[in-house]
Design a protein around this ligand. Structure first.
Ligand code: SF4
Ligand code: SF4
Length: 737
């Protein structure tokens, strides 16, 4: 179908009064040769939208340039089912960020020039766009969900998946379901008034799972290997009766945690030195028998001490807090108190961490006689029929000695998931049929495990995407993802279930999941131009590209998040999207007008990431946080990772005086929505000096800054300072050519 573009300019919101709309129309119609160009005083209203619809129906308009407000507002109004569309923002990022005093002709002229440039690049963008066709696989997509792990996280996830109407395959390596919670006596409160021990929820949960005919359970089974991509995962399962392969659409890993090995704890805590020093889990199993006793002689244990943070928040052991052990120990203190009327429970803590309503539970244990000592256990010695503890009491500021029957160590949680180094560019795992200890044994060139964020936990993003891993369609729930207690685990598992469903539905439509949810485009590779440099396979943050023996990229479309990092990485420029390409952005920047050097109107190109920088810029305009220089021209990018060095060379050759790149924050506390995109852009940019040297231009002309959504208030200063710095330099000499 031939493309017919309509350009519609809204004159509402003060646009008509501020800008010469007739001139904008002329640019679209005459200069850009857009066949249908119209304006309307209220384009997002019913009448304005009907105007567009009528042209689509009667006049064959099938691609749109909508000139008006930011594409981040009025999204529903302009959701017209037209994939080839650009929204040109002359309001939020032009009118609302420029200071134009009444009667100041020069400022007015600058504003008009900015709007004209934005109309130009909007027209070019749509002219360069093709209709993205959703990816269809040669075999049908599966919407079934595999849950690995049959503990409380896996059972909850499986039930949520099934109750939402999807089939679930639940795989458990042990003979029976239940995991660690099956060994628990009672659980801490999960419902008001949050001050009573509750019965173990597991029996009911297991009965619900077993009674749900959408859930198929395979006990004594492990995943041997995982091949494929979302919608098309082929998982080889190994059980008592041999191996089988199942096709599933998405995967939830709910394999839980291992307790930190207590034999690694410091000797002074006495573990393995005396039987009366035990771990929380050992105490839990004892409590479940109904008898709390000294292990050494089987006599009732009436004085029980709990040492919290045993080997946690300690750089020699686990440097993090497991988040659940304080509440877990409070629960166990109540077991002691409720077991004997004259029993004593001592909680030796560093800080008592009882978030949310667990504060009520903490108070309950205080009111029931729990004895709280802020300090550390310094020494444990066996003393005849019990233990003597030496405790550094931080409030009394002295060492105290106490005799107890049992000491319970609250050890921390470690993930059970095998992880890979997310920053490693080379393949870190072999593709083998069976890799002992690997939860999924992914047959990805990036390795068999899941990338970790910190402390080996396969979490994905501090801020935006809980539940996610960096392998699309694979979600980790519960303490396998990060340390957490039972109540949080159940919420986490429900969240993962919804994510797992979301991805199979998106894949079936050929659409991306976040952050470009719904995007139908995906990269295509002009294979004949490939030099097998492997940059794309190494730099894809989501492991979407495998490679063959010769190093040719083997693309997995449904793993792709459409960030464009591969496009920015490819030195041959052979990777592009139907609606985003090196050529498109290059053509846009070349289309803008560059004033002559003597006009003293520098041009600064701003490449801004659509995830944080663009919303922050919108906030500058909407909240009138400050005026921006009229000499900037903003081009939004999908991710800074998609930035091609060709654009820098093109912009400098065109005569732009400076280039500012605004990407998400990266590093240890990164916020890049595509994990490594902005970090990779910075690495790429370090090579830009070669380009600038070749052009004999100063390296100060190109700068990258990290922008977080909360930086809106300081953004005008950042931009204007850069413009001022560029203005100090001579104009780019390439303007003359
Ligand atoms: S880099 Fe981004 S766009 Fe390219 S294949 Fe990977 S996820 Fe897809
Ligand atoms: S980056 Fe480009 S040239 Fe290099 S392997 Fe990938 S597609 Fe081929």
């Amino acid at each position: 179908m031939e493309k017919k573009i309509g350009c519609y300019i809204c004159t509402g919101c003060g646009i008509g009064e501020a800008l010469d709309v007739a001139k904008l129309e002329k640019i679209a119609a005459k200069e850009q040769k857009i066949p249908v160009v119209k304006n309307h005083a209220f384009l997002c209203g019913d009448e304005g939208i009907n105007l567009i619809r009528q042209d689509m129906e009667a006049d064959g308009v099938n691609a749109l340039v909508i000139v008006g407000c930011s594409p981040r507002v009025k999204t529903e109004s302009f959701r017209l089912g037209v994939p080839m569309m650009d929204r040109v923002d002359v309001r939020d990022k032009c009118l609302w960020v420029l200071d134009v005093p009444e009667g100041d002709k020069d400022a007015k002229g600058n504003r008009q020039m900015m709007a004209e440039d934005y109309v130009r690049i909007g027209c070019v963008r749509v002219k360069k766009m093709n209709d993205p066709k959703p990816y269809e696989a040669s075999t049908p997509f599966s919407k079934d969900v595999l849950v690995v792990g049959g503990g409380i996280a896996g059972l909850t996830a499986a039930l949520e998946v099934a109750r939402t109407g999807y089939n679930c395959l639940l795989v458990e390596k042990e003979e029976s379901l239940g995991g660690k919670v099956a060994k628990m006596h009672k659980v801490s409160p999960a419902k008001p008034p949050y001050n009573k021990l509750e019965e173990n929820p597991l029996p009911k949960l297991m009965a619900d799972v077993k009674g749900n005919n959408r859930i198929r359970i395979m006990n004594n089974t492990v995943v041997q290997k995982t091949v494929g991509a979302p919608g098309l995962f082929d998982v080889t399962l190994k059980g008592g009766s041999g191996t089988s392969t199942e096709r599933v659409g998405s995967i939830i890993v709910a394999t839980g945690y291992n307790f930190y090995d207590p034999s690694k704890l410091d000797k002074h805590l006495g573990y393995q030195e005396t039987p009366d020093v035990i771990t929380s889990m050992e105490f839990e199993e004892m409590a479940k028998t109904g008898k709390i006793v000294r292990k050494s002689d089987g006599k009732p244990a009436k004085r029980v001490a709990f040492s919290l943070c045993a080997g946690q928040r300690d750089t020699k052991h686990l440097e993090y807090c497991s988040g659940a052990c304080c509440v877990y120990s409070l629960k166990q203190a109540l077991y002691v108190i409720e077991n004997h009327p004259d029993a004593s429970a001592y909680l030796i803590y560093q800080e008592m961490r009882t978030p949310g309503q667990m504060e009520d539970f903490y108070r309950k244990v205080q009111s029931e006689g729990g004895i709280f000592i802020k300090g550390d256990v310094k020494q444990v010695s066996a003393a005849g029929t019990g233990l003597t503890l030496e405790v550094d009491d931080k409030l009394l500021r002295q060492n105290i000695k106490m005799d107890v029957d049992l000491l319970v160590l609250a050890t921390g949680m470690e993930t059970t998931v095998d992880t890979v180094d997310p920053n490693s560019a080379s393949p870190v795992g072999s593709q083998v049929d069976e890799l002992p200890g690997s939860v999924l044994n992914l047959q990805y060139r990036q390795g068999p495990g899941l990338p970790s964020l910190k402390n080996n936990f396969p979490d994905s993003h501090f801020i935006c995407f809980p539940y996610e891993t960096r392998r699309t369609g694979i979600y980790v729930a519960g303490p396998a993802r990060r340390p957490m207690g039972i109540a949080s685990t159940r919420t986490d598992a429900a969240g993962a279930a919804l994510k797992a469903i979301q991805v199979v539905e998106s894949v079936a439509r050929g659409a991306a999941v976040h952050p470009r949810a719904g995007d139908l485009s995906f990269p295509s590779f002009r294979e004949e131009g490939c030099t097998q440099c492997k940059r794309c396979t190494e730099e894809c943050p989501f492991g979407a590209i495998n490679e063959d023996a010769k190093g040719n990229p083997l693309f997995n479309p449904t793993r792709c998040r459409r960030c464009g990092t591969c496009m920015g990485a490819c030195p041959q420029k052979i990777i592009s999207f139907a609606n985003y390409s090196v050529d498109m952005i290059g053509s846009m920047l070349k289309e803008m007008e560059i004033p002559e050097a003597d006009e003293e109107k520098p041009r600064i190109l701003v490449f801004a990431c659509e995830n944080d920088a663009i919303p922050a810029l919108d906030m500058v305009g909407r909240s009138r946080l400050g005026a921006l220089s009229p000499f900037i021209r903003i081009i939004p990018l999908r991710c800074m990772g998609s930035m091609s060095l060709v654009w820098i060379a093109d912009a400098m050759s065109k005569g732009y005086d400076g280039i500012l790149l605004m990407g998400c924050r990266h590093g240890d506390n990164y916020q890049c929505h595509n994990v490594r995109g902005s970090a990779l852009a910075e690495i790429r940019l370090s090579k830009v000096s070669e380009t600038l040297d070749r052009l004999q231009l100063e390296s100060d002309r190109v700068k990258m800054v990290e922008v977080n959504i909360m930086d809106a208030e300081t953004l005008p200063q950042v931009i204007n300072n850069f413009v001022a710095q560029i203005s100090e330099l001579d104009p780019n000499p390439y303007k003359e050519f």
